[in-house]
Design a protein around this ligand. Sequence first.
Ligand SMILES: Nc1ncnc2c1ncn2[C@@H]1O[C@H](COP(=O)(O)OP(=O)(O)O)[C@@H](O)[C@H]1O
Ligand SMILES: [Mg+2]
Length: 259
Amino acid sequence: MPDNKNYKHVFRMIDVRKSFGKVEALKGINFDVGANEVIGLIGDNGAGKSTMVKIMTGVFPPTSGELYIRDKKVSHRHYNVRKAHRFGIETVFQERSLGEKQPLWRNFFIGRQITYPFGFINIRKEKELAQHIMLDLIGFRGAGITVDSQVSKLSGGERQGIAIGRAMYFDADLIILDEPTAALSLKEVQKVLNFTQKIKESGRACVYISHTISHVYKVADRFVIIDRGEIVANFQKSDISLQELDEFMLKYSTEKVVS
Ligand SMILES: Nc1ncnc2c1ncn2[C@@H]1O[C@H](COP(=O)(O)OP(=O)(O)O)[C@@H](O)[C@H]1O
Ligand SMILES: [Mg+2]
């Protein structure tokens, strides 16, 4: 998919606030994601990252502020998870468990079955497409893993890959990964980073949330740093080295403790 999209930003939020009772989780967030941009969203626990994701994916509305999808304003009242899917915005959750005992190909089409006109599931077609997603979209090269393998045989990174592949197949323009590598070994992390690279190469956008800066650094075009509900810094990768970014975060968190 070439990156000749007819919009500048796949998503944008302006002065977004979100309160949960007395807790002000987001305090006026301005944030945008370019059509083919990979954003590394970085911040401590409780900074507000997942709250941003939930607003972007229509789980709940902001308390105030504006949302734009593909440069067009969307009203909070009419935005929800179904709409987000229709607009091509997908999240890959760590905890979204695939059916363990099921063959892989079935998992691609849960809730979105391909059927014959009489309603029977078109197994041959689903297997073919699952094969296409695994090999062509995500470049899946797991040893001995085929569309017929049981989900329980997959490693953590491979599971993320399946979920990413599914989002790509269903034509997501923006794929959001909220701490995708939190529970993974280094080797598995590398797989997820490779899958993220595929998202970029296919012309899509991605928001990659992590607090391991060295992971985000490899895949992101730009880094957005959030702290206690506010965006505090924004760096193009070309303007900052991994070491400088590391030092910034370290300095920032020490100053926070002092102040
Ligand atoms: N549903 C909720 N109800 C009440 N408080 C919440 C809820 N979700 C998040 N919060 C609070 O909002 C703040 C931001 O949380 P979150 O967005 O999950 O942070 P992060 O993902 O960066 O760790 C935290 O103080 C958290 O306790
Ligand atoms: Mg979170």
